[in-house]
Design a protein around this ligand. Sequence first.
Ligand code: ZN
Length: 312
Amino acid sequence: MDRNDCIRRFGANNISRVQTFRINAGEVDFGDLGHALGAPQGNAVICWLTNGRVAVMGKLFSDNFGDPQTATIEIRFRRSGGQVTNLTTRSLTSQGGPVSWRDIERVSPAGDFREVRIRLKQFLPDTGLGPVSSVLATRTFRRREVIRLHIKVLSNPIVNVDTMVDSMRQVYASADVDVELASRENLNLPAFDDLDVDPCVRGLTSEEQDRLFANRNSVGANEVVAYFVRSTDPPLNGCAAHPAGRPGAVVTSGATRWTLAHEIGHVLGLNHVDNNARLMTGNGTSRITNPPPNLSVSEIEAIFASTLTISV
Ligand SMILES: [Zn+2]
């Protein structure tokens, strides 16, 4: 299943975001057909609707080849206020042998929902010691994520920092990712104001980058820092290469309003595309044709998969 299944069920205008996933929990799985080598080959889907509701659609599999078992899925929705719905439980008993499955569709009640929890359980029959029930997997999905961004300024850019942060918020909002400005600090480090970033390739950093990126006052482990410097050598609008474990990017004084969003896109794992309607255009963000520029569905999925975006 994919976005199209959410659109068919709820209408294209009612979908705010879609998550696809499969859970391979051994003898109980959740996903979609087919099912091979003990694992679902297709994805289940979570449809987040613009009216606040959320739906889970997929197939529950029971694939033990031994004794009979009952496979159970429990689905629970959490509202923005924190209250949870009653558990929805659906079960499927197989006798051992060929894989059994059943369709699962659960739509939340009306309301403003932000979290879905899915739990897979296995019940084995009484073998003399009493029936055995075990939780095989628990997965939690959330509507929005947040990037915690720290700003450290060596030199103020021509397009001011607030404009760049606002522009970044506009782009990432299309992915249901909030940008939280976690701290802002001026750094008096003239030695790094014209920063050696050669060759500005992911995973490679100069000694100057290593020393600048060591400045992580008040920055948590999975939080991102943007260092605003006067210039780089070679001259670039920004550079997202950073030392391992110190995620961040530099942005220079000649940057455009989209440079910050673009460089943080690289930090989140995105690569260049040859398309000036997109944030990740490799032709320079000054050539962006349609503000705010687009993120593709696969880019949005990559952003959600990044450890630098935190579910809220
Ligand atoms: Zn780039």
